[in-house]
Design a protein around this ligand. Structure first.
Ligand code: DLL
Length: 433
């Protein structure tokens, strides 16, 4: 089923006319209701009336995570608390959590966007959705849940964790769509194997995976192990949660941004300069329709690029490449920048290793060093030490060849790297200890 596809296939001029109308409205609204924005706009010398075209968005100042922290918890809300019906918060792994609010209409908008996302991933009212994103302050669980109900699908609100029980439910209820983080999908595959449940005998057709970076090679690995079509979904609490952008089943090549609700931009993270389509940089979002927590030119710190090329699915919305990582997760090893997902792609290209790895960053003197811990299968681990050492050298060589980064590689026994039930911890930064 195609859910509200009319917005997704609009000619660009019609889409942009909607965006401009909504942009003017939201800018006027935040100026009138959020002291932070009024002050920021005044300091930048811009008034709502200055927004006459979409290009005028660049007159507005950026909003950063620090701004949200300074206004913790509810200072950025644009409506009185009596109109807020839901509160979510980011996990706060990099400091104070950021808190976001939703009005009744926001919850409805979000449900609709998630219904559109699920539909782009092949979901219909006939589907049973096994939703293993965490329920709680994290937006994943409830975001998918409301979208699934809006679409008319049957949702299993299993949440994350209790993995054995998840496998039993899958075996017995035969869900057709799996929603969770890509790392948890692999954990589920492993647990199923241990319990003698074969994914080939389950009825999954697609998996809608996001909330953390994953590589194209990881997609192939997941598809091979779980017998489904693995699709990427992107979202961020500050913008709405999941349902900001989603890959289509037809092309599986970049995530369509729901531009009738969000305006994306790509900037140079160092200078703030706007970059043209196709350039890689930091993703910035403006929300056009949110009531409780509208956000203007929010710097997500996520690194990607935009394309406006038509897609075979017929959608006319901008597409973003899969997010490589965030500026704050980028490692600088002996002067070379590298994202964990790039190391992942190299590892997943090798048959002998398992899709479970962790990167350890340490400081030796003034230099940062990188050690890649990666699991090998039972069989490889029982090989001669010499074979394992050769494999370590080969992986290290491939990393150097592909990414120009020197890394020490350490093969570890099967199932020794901690499995995640939500967002995987890929980097252990011992410099911070
Ligand atoms: O992770 C929302 C979400 C839930 C998205 C379920 C998809 C599925 P936050 O907890 O606020 O929100 O974290 C947002 O996660 O800025 C990215 O760095 C990262 N992220 C989210 N989706 C992807 C993805 C949710 N598909 C932060 N690829 C974002 C890479 C992603 N990174």
């Amino acid at each position: 089923m195609i859910f509200n596809m009319e917005f997704e296939t609009l000619p660009r001029e019609a889409l942009e006319a909607i965006q401009l109308r909504r942009l003017k409205e939201v800018v006027g609204r935040v100026y009138a209701t959020v002291p932070f924005y009024r002050k920021a706009f005044d300091e930048a010398g811009v008034k709502p009336a200055d927004i006459k075209s979409l290009a005028d968005i660049t007159k507005l100042p950026f909003t950063t995570k620090k701004d949200l922290r300074d206004n913790y918890p509810f200072g950025m809300f644009a409506v009185p608390m009596e109109n807020v019906v839901r509160i979510h918060a980011s996990s706060g792994t990099t400091g104070q959590p950021t808190v976001v609010g939703y009005t009744r209409r926001d919850v409805d908008t979000w449900a609709e966007l998630m219904a559109r996302s699920l539909a782009a991933g092949g979901a219909t009212p006939d589907d049973i959705i096994h939703n293993a994103y965490g329920y709680g302050l994290f937006t994943g669980g409830l975001g998918v849940h409301y979208g699934a109900e809006k679409l008319g699908a049957s949702v299993i609100p299993i949440s994350g964790g209790n993995t054995k029980r998840q496998i039993i439910i899958m075996r017995d209820f035969k869900p057709s769509i799996l929603t969770c983080t890509p790392s948890y999908a692999l954990h589920l595959a492993e647990a199923a194997e241990e319990m003698g449940v074969d994914f080939e005998n389950l009825l999954f057709k697609s998996g809608i995976f996001g909330a953390e970076p994953w590589s194209e090679n990881m997609r192939l690995e997941i598809e091979r192990k779980l017998y489904l079509s693995a699709l990427d979904i992107y979202g961020i609490s500050e913008v709405i949660g999941p349902g900001v952008a989603m890959e289509c089943l037809e092309a599986k090549n970049g995530l369509h941004i729901f531009e009738d609700h969000f305006i994306p931009e790509i900037i140079n993270p160092e200078t703030g300069e706007i970059l043209p389509p196709g350039s890689t940089g930091e993703l910035v979002f403006t929300s056009l329709t949110k009531e409780a927590f509208p956000i203007i030119r929010y710097r997500t710190r996520d690194i990607t690029s935009l394309s406006y090329e038509p897609c075979i699915c017929g959608r006319t919305m901008a597409r973003m490449k899969r997010v490589q990582g965030r500026t704050d997760d980028m490692l600088i090893i002996r002067g070379v920048n590298v994202f964990p997902s790039q190391i992942e792609a190299v590892l997943m290209d090798m048959d002998q290793v398992e899709p479970h790895y962790q990167l350890v960053v340490e400081r030796e003197g003034t230099l940062d060093t990188l050690t890649v811990l990666v699991e090998v299968g039972e069989k490889a681990f029982s090989d001669e030490i010499r074979d394992l050492q050769n494999l370590e050298r080969e992986i290290s060589h491939n990393i150097k060849e592909t990414l120009a980064v020197s890394a020490k590689v350490k093969l570890v026994e099967p199932k020794t790297i901690a499995r995640s039930e939500g967002k995987a911890v890929r980097v252990v930064d011992k410099r911070k200890l």
